[in-house]
Design a protein around this ligand. Sequence first.
Ligand code: SOE
Length: 388
Amino acid sequence: MSKPLNVGVLGCGFMGRAHSNAYLQVNHFFDREHQPVLKTCYGRQEDREKLEAFAKRWSYESIETDWRKVVERDDIDLIDVCVPNFMHHDCVIAAAEAGKMIICEKPLAMNVAEAEEMVAAVEKAGVANMVSFNYRRVPAIALMKQIIDEGRVGRPFHYRATYNQDYTIGADVPQGGMALWRLDSRVAGSGVTGDLLAHSIDSAEWLNGPIAKVCAYAETFIKQRKHADTGKVEKVDIDDACMFLAVFANGSIGTFESTRYARGRKNYSTMEINGENGAMFFDLENAHMLRYFRYADPDTGKKIEDHLTGWQDILVTNFEHPYMKNWWVPGCVIGYEHTFTNSFADFLAGLEGGESFQPDMKCALRTQRVCEAVLASAKAGQWVEIPA
Ligand code: SOE
């Protein structure tokens, strides 16, 4: 018997679309008791035309131009926060107080202080919650986790992550407004650190454990931009690029690089781990592949014969690979949107007595702490420790 799960989505931009698609897809591909119903979506009054078109395209039953009304509605079970970052805090707190389940886009908040209040609110309300670090649900990244947990990498020495894009190179790109709010620090909180490095940090801590300390350098290449809302040329306060060194609690050391000025890179997120017995490399622009280097057998510790060692490309589409039995037949690749469907499938499984969803807000608070430590380190020009 299917159980309707009435959803109110706040936001009708990029993430609103990604989430709407996933709600519509999830029951087609995963056996779950709960069936998301797209009840209502929120957008600003000034974007009403866009909101109406969005609601029609994704078959929402109604629209709201006041997000508080969505949260107050008795017929909504789950609030999904896909609005810009500066609204996350108030939306999440109000939703928790109304006893709703909550899904929130990343980064969780503008800063650690906000994130702590959000975690306290969801914990007090005891509501199911998840933060949309969707890349954990890329099958190849989930396979990386499985291979690490199987002990095939052994003692890790190095972790290396990049997350590079190039869409803000032009000096004429405005800050603010519907598409470019990520460049406005009052709306986004930070630049690449909260937007891109947060993904890399979430994946890194999931795969390689907690980061103990960081030393960062951040740069803002274009110091002033026209604001899309006011038309005025204003100071740019976000980090355009940020790089940091990390020491993990397990003793391994890492490098993280992120920029929106890497000409030619669109959504280039890579991660590599090098351990005593093996190594792995993943590249989001080639998301169905995992590169694996096997040096020694994890059970016997015996080195693989020299003429057989080498990097192996695993096409992550077999039924035995994470999530893949729910999709097509081996060899048929899946893509970006599936990471959201896979996430929602896991969230629903958690509601139905399965493992409770990770990352939840408490886990995302840790990522927020690392991001804040990175920004503090860049500002101070020194190492910053992150409490365990
Ligand atoms: C930024 O361009 C962005 O859309 C991020 O905000 C998303 O989290 C990332 O997955 C893709 O890039």
